[in-house]
Write a protein that binds this ligand. Sequence first.
Ligand SMILES: *Cc1c(COP(=O)(O)O)cnc(C)c1O
Length: 420
Amino acid sequence: MTGFAYRDGEMHAEGVALSRIAREVGTPVYVYSSAMLRANYRAFADAMKGLDAEVHYAVKANSNLAVIRTFARLGAGADIVSEGEMRRALAAGVPADRIVFSGVGKKVSELRAALEVGIRQINVESRHELDMLDGVAGAMGKRTDIAIRINPDVDPNTHAKITTGKKGNKFGIDIDLAREAFAYAAGKPNLNVLGVAIHIGSQITDMEPYRHAIRRVREFVGQLRADGLDITRFDVGGGLGITYRNETPVPIDAFVGMVRQETGNMGCALSFEPGRRLVGDAGVLLGEVILVKPGVARTFVIVDAAMNDLIRPTLYEAWHDIVPARQPAANAEEIVTDIVGPICESGDFLAQKRTMTPLAAGDLVVVKSAGAYGAVMSSTYNTRPLVPETLVDGDRYAVVRPRQTYEQLIGADRVPAWLE
Ligand SMILES: *Cc1c(COP(=O)(O)O)cnc(C)c1O
């Protein structure tokens, strides 16, 4: 028994009824399944057998220490985009030499912190960053391994807000300018240029954009070698999609198989940087219906989980499956409803025009596939305490981030002396 399923009429995470977690921890609350986290990771690890490759889990998708540690125990490294994420990865037990630092705007202080702990590699995204990093490394008397992220100009056919590898996106160095940038980097005394990195977008459900991008990189690496550069690493990025509604994601083994085939004679160690694919379907957001408000146009189900807890529906027009925690009868009637939070914004919805069985005050609702870009994007808007997180493992569960108290939330503010 793995993942999320009805058992005896009640939605369970593995062996734990969600109603039990709601009773003991309260709602809203995130619930993650260890079995699903592990199964997702193992799908990568199994597909990579015999390849010179590593998984660097993209920590920003879900950066709870317990989640990172679950992967670290299985041998995962980490892909980070801030000093904070580096600290989390280290605290979760990821060895420094398995950490790769990505991101379009790293600060000098962050670069210094990364060099201090000796992470594996910094993925540089601009000429200016090459100057900054060379300066920081020089001042510390160090030399650091880098890859340069290039923008291969492919369209991954995903939402505009998560497209990152097309001309016009802020990420990476345009492939047309990149050869020059590599030559420039090679002249820097404190940088050891050994890799090319890409990351073309997120929630990608088509393998062809990856294939195109990889072929471009392959050709490009040939040019770099002709220029005398010793390129030995290739980061293929993350971005693999999951099923939210009716998408058919690329199977992990097919994806890794494609990469294996396309990079076969490249002579590069590979890095995969999945985020969403490892955690997305391994988490749900559990909420409780506060009240049902019939309207003229439609019925509003107002739940205690809101856009501050899960912003994806309003930010990305994302569709999340929402089901009652108590299994509806097979022939139950269905109505069209909006499932919304209590926040003072019309954009505060979890689902619009959703056809489902009627809900009543006190019912628990399960927002599925919320393990990625859920809790990490939560806020305290409307002075709502940060949402708690729980991790299930078989018949046991643990609170892996308690609900923030009002003392912590309000007590963090300071009133200046002149207002006292
Ligand atoms: C966000 C990010 C990832 C992970 O993206 P997913 O879509 O969650 O797999 C990987 N690499 C880099 C550089 C990223 O910024």
